[in-house]
Design a binder for this molecule. Structure first.
Ligand SMILES: Cc1cc2nc3c(=O)[nH]c(=O)nc-3n(C[C@H](O)[C@H](O)[C@H](O)COP(=O)(O)OP(=O)(O)OC[C@H]3O[C@@H](n4cnc5c(N)ncnc54)[C@H](O)[C@@H]3O)c2cc1C
Length: 375
């Protein structure tokens, strides 16, 4: 089969990967010279720890696929480093204890560690905390290099072509297949078209699928110069318990009642996530903004909060911040919907809205679509 895939982010690329793996031929179009969307702005965290029990099977499948891809494509930078969520209050400790004793704890590789055990695992954590919830299933990839690495691997099959700087303008179902017209005036004939536009909900996406049940979410991020020592696991703070459905329960309810976030953290709906890049710098975030129009500049107050929390956990000053940016992802509005997948026409699919878990789930969503459409 010949597929045209529109969108060069992780969803488009994971769909291309699944199709190539099944022996098909793929043309992928990306309107920018290189993908500039959520995929290259994210943490690169393959995050099993906070996913709900309903999402766990697909998340673990995605984790398995990332490990397999990482073994075949070194440039993806896959590493099974795990994570530690550091708790600093008794209310947060109660959430961590419940998670470590929960029915899915073994699947996630959860273990509750005291401060000495935390430091044995991650010696860079010399700050103040009561305990750490270790998740051995969590992993990381290098978002800014993963896409070109995956494309190079697919190109070596001779069945994959990537057109950069190419916007898909029109998609027409021809009855026996579909045809994509791009903004260079080229026509790409296909048996099947999969449109993975990320947060571009207007334009071609609206034309194909109408108003999708998705919304856009904006996050602020930063990256430091090299830390000068390894941070052997990703880290999170107790605020992350408030946002991940996997922790939901009476302990989180009590936490939100008993313990206020700082004014800045509450205003910007913040948690701390921090992961070390292969070059040694730390990627640190994040905030959550839901009301459009989004600011086009970044706010300083959240960065001060993130710096304070990270320094408290590391017990040292952060290296200089060298980059700040914001990113926007597409999220399905119904919290129980993992991804919005719409058949826009007989041979045309639209897939978006994986929310803050799209990097994690990408390979499994590509595989799931391939199964669904019978590739
Ligand atoms: C700051 C931030 C941090 C995050 N951290 C994580 C994380 O650590 N782990 C995790 O699992 N998830 C994370 N996420 C979520 C994850 O990044 C997204 O869910 C995922 O990247 C979405 O991938 P995508 O391919 O759908 O979209 P995108 O990466 O946005 O890609 C869509 C692409 O389609 C292209 N496009 C759109 N329309 C057209 C057209 N007509 N023609 C050609 N090209 C077109 C765009 O240019 C774009 O490159 C984070 C998101 C953000 C913003």
């Amino acid at each position: 089969m010949r597929l045209v895939i529109i969108g060069g982010g992780i969803l488009g690329t994971a769909h291309a990967w699944a199709a190539i793996g099944r022996g098909h031929t793929v043309i992928q179009l990306e309107r920018e010279r290189e993908a500039r969307g959520a995929t290259v702005r994210n943490f690169g965290l393959v995050w099993v720890s906070g996913r709900s029990a309903d999402e766990l099977a697909l998340t673990l499948r995605a984790r398995e696929l990332w490990a397999e891809i990482g073994g075949r494509v070194a440039g993806v930078g896959f590493r099974p480093a795990g994570s530690i969520t550091l708790v600093r209050t008794h209310a947060e400790l109660a959430v961590a204890e419940a998670a470590a004793a929960g029915p899915t704890a073994a699947d996630r590789g959860f273990a509750l560690l005291d401060p000495d055990q935390v430091r044995a695992l991650n010696p860079a954590l010399r700050g103040d905390f009561l305990a750490g919830l270790h998740c051995s299933a969590d992993a990381a990839v290098e978002s800014r290099q993963a896409l070109p690495a995956l494309r190079a691997h697919m190109a070596a099959t001779g069945r994959y072509t990537f057109h950069e700087g190419t916007e898909a303008r029109t998609v027409r179902d021809t009855g026996s297949g579909a045809e994509v017209l791009d903004d260079h005036g080229r026509r790409h004939a296909a048996d099947l078209v999969v449109h993975c536009p990320g947060a571009a909900h207007s334009g071609l996406t609206r034309e194909l699928a109408g108003e999708l049940p998705v919304r856009r979410v904006r996050l602020q991020m930063m990256q430091t110069a090299p830390l000068g020592e390894p941070l052997t696991t990703a880290i999170a703070d107790g605020d992350s318990f408030r946002y991940y459905p996997g922790y939901a329960g009476p302990q989180v309810d009590a936490l939100t009642v008993e313990q206020s976030q700082t004014a800045t953290a509450a205003e910007h709906k913040m948690q701390l996530l921090c992961v070390q890049r292969l070059h040694g710098g730390l990627t640190i975030g994040d905030t959550h903004e839901y009301t459009e129009p989004f600011a086009f500049d970044v706010d300083e107050a959240p960065y001060e909060h993130l710096t304070e929390v990270t320094e408290a956990l590391l017990g040292r000053a952060l290296p200089p911040v060298v980059r700040r940016w914001a990113g926007v992802y597409s999220q399905s509005v119904d919290p129980g919907t993992l991804v919005t997948r719409v058949r826009a026409d007989s041979h045309v699919w639209v897939v978006t809205g994986p929310g803050g878990r799209g990097m994690t789930l990408g390979p499994a969503l590509g595989e799931q679509t391939a199964d669904l459409i019978g590739l």
